[in-house]
Design a protein around this ligand. Structure first.
Ligand SMILES: [Zn+2]
Length: 206
């Protein structure tokens, strides 16, 4: 019965049952050019603990014009979506790395930008509860994003352009833009994230 809510291939928006939808008007098109299908993990500036009632945060990032595709609180399982998964998010600007000079966030076919929140006290997001990680799995499968990521996260991660253009899961630290030199969401254990997302997805579909 859970398969009823399986995300359709290439879906632009999460079902309302899965996520609070706060559409941002003014999202830009992806630029194509390279065969890149990626997901980028971010934190929203300062770390934020879960205080439930997250609804103001997607409104806020829309208002200040740096919306993400979606946000996820791993502590309570809250998801919100601001931008169509077929469009470019604005949370990663700069870095003229596609042929026509478009910024890093627009390279390829997909760059789904996820803001991770709710685990400011944990040493990394993946040491937290990762509630409703299955939504992440559904997004990756629907958009054919390969289940692979760089081995090194955090300040030591490669900022090489070729590494950035590889399909898979990246952090903000992988941006090749020179002034995008901070690292978020920190030292994510991406193996733990993948494992938990798949585990929850399988148990829902069983
Ligand atoms: Zn929360």
């Amino acid at each position: 019965m859970m398969t009823r809510l399986h995300l359709p291939d290439d879906a632009a928006w999460l079902p309302k049952e899965w996520a609070h939808l706060v559409p941002y008007h003014g999202a830009e098109n992806m630029m194509g050019g390279v065969q890149r299908r990626a997901m980028t993990m971010h934190s929203e500036g300062e770390e934020r603990n879960c205080r439930k009632g997250h609804g103001w945060l997607p409104e806020y990032v829309n208002d200040i014009d740096i919306p993400y595709t979606a946000m996820w609180c791993g502590a309570c399982g809250y998801w919100a979506q601001m931008i169509s998964m077929r469009k470019a998010a604005r949370s990663l600007k700069g870095g003229a790395i596609v042929g026509n000079g478009a910024s890093a966030n627009k390279a390829g076919q997909r760059n789904i930008q996820i803001m991770l929140i709710g685990e400011a006290d944990a040493r990394d997001f993946t040491r937290g509860k990762m509630r409703r990680a299955w939504v992440l799995a559904e997004i990756m499968d629907a958009h054919r994003i390969p289940w692979r990521a760089r081995a090194t996260w955090g300040p030591g991660a490669s900022r090489n352009r070729a590494a950035w253009l590889r399909s898979g899961v990246h952090g903000h630290q992988h941006s090749p833009a020179p002034y995008e030199d901070h690292t978020d969401p920190g030292r994510l254990n991406v193996d733990a994230l993948f494992r938990e997302a798949r585990r929850q997805q399988r148990s829902r579909h069983a």
